[in-house]
Design a protein around this ligand. Sequence first.
Ligand SMILES: [Zn+2]
Length: 94
Amino acid sequence: MKAKLFEPVSVENRRGYRISCSCGAVARVPMNTVRCSNGRDSDFERRLVERKFEKLGWQIGEKASEHVCPTCARARAAERLSAMIGRARGRGLG
Ligand SMILES: [Zn+2]
């Protein structure tokens, strides 16, 4: 059984899901589909929710604690870039 990635919440009086980042950022998306929550449907729904959050710029982790918000994703990308530049300078290429 896969760990639950998103917390079910109500969004504007509809069913929805919540995602959170370790920095405290939170986002919610409503679900339009009305389905019984049996195993297969909830897996299908999870993928839909993942796609919705990815469109918002979130990086979906393997666990609920590993999601990265758009702000942190940008910060991490900038960090990687400056680390690359730093290594290049270290080799005398900068
Ligand atoms: Zn964050």
